[in-house]
Design a protein around this ligand. Sequence first.
Ligand code: ZN
Length: 488
Amino acid sequence: MSRTYITVAIPYVNARPHVGYALELVQADVLARHLRARGDEVRFLGGTDDHALKNVLGAEAAGLAPQEFVDRNAAAFEALRGVLDISFDDFIRTSRDPRHPPGVERLWRACAARGDFYRQWYEGEYCVGCEQFYAPADLADGLCPEHHTPTETVAEENWFFRLSRYRDAIVDAIERGELAIVPDGYRNEVLAFLAGGLDDISVSRSNARARGWGIPVPDDPTQRIYVWWDALGNYITALDYGTDAARFDEWWRGADDRVHVIGKGILRFHAVYWPAILLSAGEPLPTKILVHPYLTAGGEKLSKSRGATADPADVVADVGTDALRWWFTRDVPRAADADFSVERVIARADEDLAHGVGNLVHRVTTMVHRLADGIAPPSRTVDHDDTTRAEFDASIRAYDYRRAVAAVRSEVDAANRAVEESRPWTLPRGSVALAAALGELLARARLVVELLDPIVPGVACRAAAALTPDAAGRLPSPTPLVPLLQGA
Ligand SMILES: [Zn+2]
């Protein structure tokens, strides 16, 4: 049995969530649910990044105090847990959680004790949307390459972190596979970035520019800690790093896998800055960084700050949680952006969940009722079950969800073919042959349901109930499992 700690990025809460963030939550949740079902120990963390400068600017625009503003928006992010059926074990809000400030402060002091900070006057181009400085060469026609908006020239004295000191150690960790970055294209991107050398980074800002929001720099009340330092720290402050409690030993130092699920836009922060901070503090690195692409709508990036948004709560109100979870898992490629539309989600749900899985379960349970008075014969193990399970397991662990879904879909097809081949309705009532045929079909349907469980837990739960006999050995009366969405 292994122990896995899984996190998602904590989003800044300057607006309501969009469906691109829902993708990340669902992908991480599928992994967490799958590993738990396989008997692993799992701890799964979510949260919100409350200290971003963007939040302060959003609050100013809304005429609210920062705390009131972030509380209001963070509630919509936290509610996604229910909306999307996310199995978080813990949720941290950086401005509200008493575990967070002492943990960030401890992390800072650990790096300070290494001699990794110095003060320096700095002038550079800053994108508030990204919360980062850009070198002139990284700008796209003078604009932020991520947001396509003008940057702001910032000049002030800051604390700098000796990022450059950790370049070789990070390259080593990535090349030796101790820090896996998946898929490979993103690993190569990080290695190429590191090959160009690393500059030290500014990790604080003046109180004036921070508007007094965020965590003060220990022993320097004139500065606030850079929001990315603060936000990345959540992965360990939520494990009581600040008080060095047993949970940190158990779930960070003692985990077999420390997995961060993130979007491609914040790869550098997780694959370079965060490992450097941990190396400086003398703590273990993450073992895996799983990187997902972006969703687009009509080819445009979905983004809170760029207008093209789809609120996951609205989408789920239309199509249901499982339809959205299914589309994310089935159709979003590993490394290329996917174009989101409610129509696509509906088409896939109808094709695979209603017609594929729903019909299979309905068909099998109906036959048990018509041909065997509803009494479920003993489930018969099908030879290739373990091969299918192994393929599914390997695909999920490799963060290749489309391959995992392909294994489920071929299992649905195989079960439907088995119905046609065994033709149970032609077999004599009460015969051993009929019991064997129905037993095999039940086993096949149950395998499909088992595999579906981490992906579409609602559908899987209803299907499992439909396939579970009561104390008298009788299956529930067949009812349609997954309603069609088209035209609903
Ligand atoms: Zn930007």
